[in-house]
Design a protein around this ligand. Sequence first.
Ligand code: HEM
Ligand SMILES: [Cu+2]
Length: 559
Amino acid sequence: MTDSSLEVIPAQTEQPLPDAPDNWKRFFSFSTDHKVIGIQYIVTSFFFFLVGGIFAMIIRGELITPEADLLDRPVYNAMFTMHGTVMLFLWTFPVLVGLSNYLVPLMIGARDMAFPRLNAAAFWMVPVFGVILMASFLVPGGPSQSGWWAYPPVSLQNPTGNLITGQVLWILAVAISGVSSIMGAINFVTTIVRMRAPGMTWFRMPVFVWTVLSAQIIQLFGLPALTAGAVMLLLDITVGTSFFDPAKGGDPVLFQHFFWFYSHPAVYVIILPVFGIFSEIFPVYARKPLFGYKVVAISSLVITGLSGLVWVHHMFASGTPGWMRMLFMFSTMLISVPTGIKVFAWVATIWGGKLRLDTPMLFGLGGMVMFVFAGITGIMLASVPIDIHVNNTYFVVGHFHYVIYGAVVMGVYAAFYHWFPKMTGRMYSEGLGKLHFVLTLIGTNLNFFPMHPLGLQGMPRRVASYDPEFAFWNVLASLGAFLLGMSTLPFILNMIGSWVQGKPAPGNPWRAIGLEWLVSSPPPVENFEEIPVVVAEPYGYGKQEPLIATDVHSLEASS
Ligand code: HEM
Ligand SMILES: [Cu+2]
């Protein structure tokens, strides 16, 4: 046994080189290479992030004044519906699937995912349902106006009387997204269970892989509920069944159960890989092993288990009986235990480390702090008396944007910068990266902090106009939104500019431990010429530096 995590890894010789001249064409093809698919997911979803961002700025443009003067109210409804739907189904989910796709096979020492063609098919469904969703701007009556949660009876209304409405296209898009996600989930779980390199035991897997496994298990048990609810809703709208229509004896609250039985766990599908990103990044930039690795790894699975038992906390104000509220208040609070364990482990990892504040670390730290804030407001919302008071107000909007922008988007940016040299073979510009971080940090807090006082004062969500007493905080929030829009510019400039003409990146620019750092940047087509044999746990920082030789031969010589 040696301290390095590999025994043998012969140098790559005859692999096709990823930087061959017309290589870019791969990204526009039905490629089955998980690395190409990963980047396809990331670039496509980032495009939709910008689309969703434009919707957000239109919403905040309306809300910068108390009157509904910029948009007609139906258009405003369509905007927040499309904003939420695009941000979740076309940005957050697919971007994390993209990162997972790129990283998981490399991290576990596999040549590809278990089902490469299924993988490609799942990706190509993303632009398809993206186009279907966008097409709803063109049908009479415009896009769905019933919010990303599509509650009946609002979602059952069809003033145009047409068969193809924005709402029907919305359901179709979400259904295709669900099928794509189920295909992805089967692929990830199989890959992680079956395709690990020799010696890559469960407790030698990087935490990121644990979190992807935990997240994808949620997809497998949760998505069928959402799909069932969506199909029943579609039948209600199109062929006149009455599952959810109260006017015909249906039960609209039943839909809420279907919806939240999936959509609460779905927030963990999103946040778990981000927890994984934090767990990968902090040890590298603090030069210390991840504190409590095994506990952190297992806590992801505990979260997966608990995440299926808390959904009714979204329905405290839906006529839920008191005893049931108590039960779900308790289970929701329980989930903060494994979550808190992770935060504790990250702080302990950073504590006393030799911190290197490169852009990935800045985004990682920023994201973690924002997550803690969101966790505190989450616990507040979990408490029934508080939630009854602030349900349907901007307080809820503030809570989940701290999670989804503060923690998730920042965590995703951290990952982009950290693995950019690996994916592209180029270094990014640190100066632009830091500018991007500062704008994002200020923008996020300026945009989303004001929503908490607004909610506590009683400003309802989903409204185009409001009482003038709420004007001050709304102006701040809108300015924050425009700042966030601007913050993407240095990022885009950096990514495109550096990919085209950045400094060539070595195999392991951060002196990080992990199989992905042992191959060239970008990695050869089948990742490893010979499958590596893993001999050590994943976070040996500080024990032996340089921890892993970038030059494979010196590693062989020392082992
Ligand atoms: C510390 C753990 C968390 C707790 C205790 C918590 C608790 C809650 C509660 C009780 C609500 C319902 C509020 C209401 O509708 O009145 C809520 C809403 C929400 N939370 Fe969290 N949350 C936590 C973490 C997260 C995470 C990690 C995410 C996303 C990645 C998230 C995303 C959301 C979203 C999207 C909503 C609003 C859904 C909607 O009405 O559209 N939360 N949270
Ligand atoms: Cu929830």
